[in-house]
Design a protein around this ligand. Structure first.
Ligand code: AQP
Length: 327
């Protein structure tokens, strides 16, 4: 049976990119035969977090988000990354077979520098920790958004470097992307990739004034409603399409392309997006509130998840230590 694994950083509130690029596929995948592991990447979050209480709260929030959106903790192991310290041991083993050049080519690291982030060594070596997370569970498939594909390829490379030095220890994982390119790379309010650290994200559970105010910030231009427009170039249309059935999508696209009297303006698209998003997440929003009001269930799920994840990672760690002469 295949092992399917993925993670999400508790660096802020999960956004539409996390949901359509990853979370919703993680939850859907649990219907497939296999073993399913989803972790909250708190070690990774420490590359940027300097707020212990905030980090703890974000971890709980990510767990509540998964459960509220329908993850069944009996079908999937949900756990905190730092509850499995074996991954840091595997990180070191992989670091010792990985060339600097591989990490220097990481797009995500370069993007973060370009956005003015001051890099620390943890951020630079992020792909090694991520490779350890994946390889520690003998993962076969890793469902991720497009931005993580390069990191996945690096994990494959690192497994290869270690195996060619010490014998077949690590299983080669394969990335799994959403079928729709629109989901694989969701744009943020400014049209760049939606990202917590770029401040251009839309929290999936935003509602009321907060939701309207964020949607009002989606980038538009000064063209009048009557002017015909190519819908595929509009961030608002890209976001709205994530929520619409194909018939309604085609309707909006056709009205935008045609333009003329009565054509929808950006205000119409914003209002429909707020309405569709609110309706899509309303039940989960309520469930999240209930989960956060009683943390007992969340803690039980994470503790049980840690036990299950750790026993799997220990076996892989032991295999790796023994192969390279440390046992
Ligand atoms: N805009 C996006 N479109 C599609 N998928 C996305 N993902 C993130 N942004 C988009 C996917 O969500 C999963 C979890 O991401 P993460 O939080 O672990 O890290 P990230 O990719 O770095 O997400 P952010 O928001 O950009 O976080 P920060 O700013 O903290 O680094 C992954 O599968 C990712 O592909």
């Amino acid at each position: 049976m295949p092992t399917i694994l993925s993670g999400i950083q508790p660096t802020g509130r999960p956004h539409l990119g996390n949901y359509f690029g990853a979370i919703r596929h993680h939850i859907a995948a649990t219907a497939e035969p296999g073993e399913h592991f989803y972790f909250i990447a708190d070690y990774h979050a420490l590359t940027s977090s300097r707020d212990p209480a905030g980090l703890r709260a974000n971890v709980v929030d990510v767990a509540a988000t998964y459960l509220a959106l329908g993850l069944d903790p009996e079908r999937a192991v949900l756990f905190r990354q730092s509850d499995v310290p074996e991954v840091t041991e595997i990180t070191w083993l992989l670091a010792c077979v990985t060339g600097m050049g591989l990490l220097e080519r990481a797009h995500s690291f370069k993007d973060k520098l370009a956005h003015g982030l001051k890099p620390n060594v943890g951020l630079f070596t992020y792909p090694i920790l991520m490779a350890a997370d994946i390889l520690a569970y003998d993962s076969d498939f890793v469902p991720v958004g497009r931005d993580q594909v390069q990191h996945l390829e690096m994990a494959q490379d690192m497994a290869g470097y270690f195996n060619s030095a010490f014998g077949e220890v690590f299983k080669r994982p394969e990335p799994r992307l959403p079928e729709s390119e629109r989901e694989a790379k969701v744009p943020g309010l400014d049209g760049q990739k939606m990202s917590k650290s770029y401040g251009n994200d839309l929290w999936i559970f935003a509602e009321g004034k907060e939701l309207k105010s964020r949607i009002n910030q989606v980038v538009t231009d000064s063209r009048a409603p009557e002017e015909p427009k190519d819908p595929s170039g509009l961030v608002l249309f890209e976001l709205l399409s994530l929520f619409l059935d194909p018939a309604e999508q085609a309707h909006w696209a056709e009205r935008l392309r045609r333009g003329g009297p009565g054509a929808p303006g950006y205000g119409h698209l914003k209002a429909r997006l707020a309405e569709a998003m609110d309706a899509a997440f309303q039940p989960a929003r309520q469930r999240r509130r209930e989960l956060l009001a009683d943390r007992g269930e969340l803690e039980r799920v994470l503790t049980r998840g840690a036990e299950r994840a750790r026993s799997r990672a220990r076996a892989v760690r032991d295999r790796a230590l023994s192969a390279c002469g440390l046992r």
